[in-house]
Design a binder for this molecule. Structure first.
Ligand code: SF4
Length: 330
């Protein structure tokens, strides 16, 4: 928001690009969960574009982004976040986009030293080089600490009016926001994607291990954001809704998965991912019973719907909490 405003204030026409990778935090989990309904929801990219009065292009990169997540040349951060490769990829996509759409250069809000992986003095040139953007990539907030880019050399922008921010502190940005009369903005250190989340990364690593290959489809990564995930056995896991909004979301996947729900008591919807024996179905039913209103009952009726349309009805004792090892929770 700041980088854009600073450049717009120099009379340059700016449009925004937002890449949709499937791992974005915003506008998904919050929209699904019923308990969060009172909180206003916003997609920050759209909101920021609206505040700035600029056009925003949302670009779906789900397929091409897979290679970034699965094979990051520069490795991962503290979780499965391939930030350096990710930034390089996005700037490369932006470079292609500006060429196809007759724009002259790219700006980002990066600041030297702000992030441990992708925004270090030694990695910022890597993004520039590997993306192919070269001197078309201008970082207005720290431009004075970097060699002049083409827009500065050509005087399309005045380098003197750019900044020399560095480090993790957001104080200079906050002061600039104040000066520019920007009072509402996204959480400064808010995570932008689920790959930086430890619990999410653990579930993704589990998915790869269970499938015996490192790959994913968009539905896989969406489902990792929703519900309670338990793996009682190597061959299957359960995704159990935690509240009504999640139940509605998981209902959309009923045809693709074996799904279970208690019929004698109110309870969650669970999807079963993997292969199973009759014994596994009983164990799954007992777990589903455990997370519903019948958890203290002697027996709970659970309906199991198979993918081929077949149904089974089991009457099972709910598992007790001490019967659920903590390592079943992903
Ligand atoms: S946090 Fe996610 S979206 Fe942001 S740079 Fe890292 S991998 Fe990319």
């Amino acid at each position: 928001m700041l980088a854009t405003k600073v450049i717009m204030d120099q009379g340059v026409h700016v449009e925004g690009i937002n890449f949709f990778t499937g791992f974005c935090v915003e506008g998904h989990t919050h929209a699904i969960r019923k308990k969060d309904q009172s909180k206003p929801k916003r997609n920050n990219a759209l909101w920021v574009a609206e505040q700035l009065g600029i056009k925003l292009h949302i670009v779906d990169v789900i397929e091409d982004y897979k290679n970034v997540v699965l094979n990051p040349k520069h490795g991962y951060g503290s979780n499965l976040n391939p930030c350096l490769d990710c930034k390089g990829f996005m700037v490369a996509e932006a470079t292609k986009w500006i060429k196809a759409n007759n724009f002259d250069f790219i700006i980002t809000g990066e600041v030297i030293g702000q992030r441990p992986m992708s925004q270090r003095r030694d990695t910022m040139p890597v993004i520039q080089r590997e993306s192919g953007a070269g001197d078309l990539l201008l970082r207005p907030l720290c431009a004075k600490l970097l060699p002049p880019t083409l827009p500065e050399q050509e005087a399309w922008v005045d380098r003197e009016k750019l900044f020399d921010f560095s480090g993790r502190s957001r104080k200079p940005q906050m002061a600039l926001a104040k000066k520019l009369n920007i009072s509402d903005y996204a959480q400064p250190a808010g995570g932008c994607c689920f790959l930086t989340d430890q619990a999410y990364s653990h579930k993704l690593a589990d998915l790869w291990q269970a499938r015996g290959k490192r790959d994913y489809e968009i539905d896989d990564i969406m489902l990792l954001k929703v519900g309670r995930h338990l793996r009682p056995k190597d061959n299957f896991k359960l995704i159990i809704s935690r509240e009504e909004g999640e139940t509605h979301f998981l209902e959309g996947y009923r045809k693709q998965f074996v799904h279970l729900r208690a019929t004698s008591h109110t309870g969650p919807l669970a999807l079963m991912d993997g292969s199973y024996s009759d014994e596994d179905l009983t164990l799954a039913a007992r777990l589903v019973a455990r997370f519903g209103q019948g958890r203290d009952a002697d027996l709970v009726e659970v309906e199991i719907n198979l993918v081929d349309g077949g149904k089974q009805q089991l009457s099972v004792p709910p598992l007790k909490s001490e019967e659920i090892p903590t390592d079943w929770y992903l």
